[in-house]
Design a protein around this ligand. Structure first.
Ligand code: NAP
Length: 329
């Protein structure tokens, strides 16, 4: 039998396990020209929360599979471009087994990196850190870089690329274990636990006495208000995401920061990683070289078993991951 995970109801606020349903079906029969794939690693990502709401375009449909980046093995191939035993990555359904005509699938191997790395450090999250920090953040030696969501998949890589670029790097994360990890494993110069720090604005001022030149923002909300308050003239903000708002049921109202943008000549730019698609080969090859040289390292939180998908996804909003959250099927 095959398991497929459907969206059963649109989450209201924080997603619940009951918003999802695992359906048991027969393993699909492979037809001419198609591939039968078996999922090995499934990526759970904060942006999927948006696709579970009706307002996102296009949203996931109710009683249809959720989908994301998946590493799979070809079990049977009637498509001449692939052979049984190939490993592939693509945007696929949350299913143990599925058919594909091969469109959008790329072959990967585990010679240069583990297969799961293609969902993290060598995938969308590593590439987001690489392109957004270098292209939008424009870090220079001697700059002070602050990264929010610093112990997550994007943040942990962005901070290390900041170090490679010669910056002093400060991370913001939600537990003492994470702030320790940022310093001991990822080489951050200092870190702030936003959940135990009553005045984040003062804490940033204390660890960044010369102000902040680059802000890599994964979380938005009050953390970003505090960092923006501490930016220097001509500072750059790479806006990667706003996870602190993804479960909001009402629009948050914060301080009006635009006068600061004028006064301090700030540059704020958002991006979607797909904007850099024509440069992915360059990004993967640089990230791979840094991994091989020992200049870059990464963490993964791997939850075991297809049935863990809802918990792994909900866990992103509760900070249960260090580095990339992945489900091993
Ligand atoms: P991640 O950081 O690995 O996981 C999410 C982390 O967010 C959690 O571990 C948690 O860590 C933190 N978090 C959850 N709720 C929070 C809150 N209310 N306030 C502050 N922190 C909170 O996820 P990721 O895949 O690397 O994604 C990071 C951000 O980048 C997300 O906003 C995502 O949407 C965005 N993103 C954007 C693009 C793009 O193309 N623009 C591509 C990839 C990702 P703590 O324990 O520290 O709270």
């Amino acid at each position: 039998m095959n398991k497929v995970l459907h969206l059963k109801s649109r989450p209201n606020g924080l997603p619940k396990a009951t918003d999802f349903e695992i359906i048991e079906q027969q393993i699909p029969v492979n037809n001419l020209g198609e591939l039968l794939l078996k999922s090995i690693y499934i990526s759970v990502d904060p942006y999927l929360r948006g696709k579970m709401s009706k307002t996102y375009s296009p949203p996931f449909e109710l009683n249809e599979p959720v989908a994301s980046k998946v590493v799979a093995r070809v079990i049977d191939s009637k498509n001449e471009s692939f052979t049984a035993g190939d490993y592939v990555i693509g945007y696929l359904n949350w299913a143990e087994y599925q058919l594909s005509n091969g469109t959008g699938l790329s072959k990967i191997d585990n010679h240069d990196a583990s297969l799961s790395a293609y969902l993290g450090v060598l995938g969308t999250t590593g590439l987001s850190a690489y392109f957004a920090l270098l292209d939008i953040g424009k870090p220079k030696p001697g700059d002070t870089l602050v990264v929010s969501g610093a112990a997550g998949a994007v943040g942990s890589i962005a901070g290390q690329i900041g170090k490679i670029s010669g910056c002093r790097v400060i991370g913001i994360a939600g537990t003492d274990e994470k702030t320790e990890l940022l310093k001991s494993k990822f080489g951050f110069d200092d870190a702030i636990n936003y959940k135990t720090t009553p005045d984040i604005n003062a804490a940033i001022k204390a660890v960044c006495p010369n102000g902040v030149d680059v802000y890599f923002d994964n979380v938005g909300g009050e953390i970003s208000d505090a960092v923006i308050n501490n930016l220097n003239n001509n500072a750059r903000i790479a806006v990667c995401g706003s996870i602190s708002n993804y479960n909001d049921t009402e629009t948050q109202i914060g301080p009006r920061l635009l006068p600061l943008v004028v006064y301090k000549r700030l540059s704020i730019r958002g991006f979607l990683i797909a904007d850099y698609a024509d440069k992915f080969t360059e990004g993967v090859s640089q990230l791979t070289a840094w991994l091989k040289d020992g200049k870059l390292t990464y963490s993964e939180t791997v939850m075991e078993g297809f049935d863990q998908l809802p918990e792994a996804f909900i866990g992103l909003f509760e900070g249960r991951n260090e580095g990339k959250m992945i489900v091993k099927v």
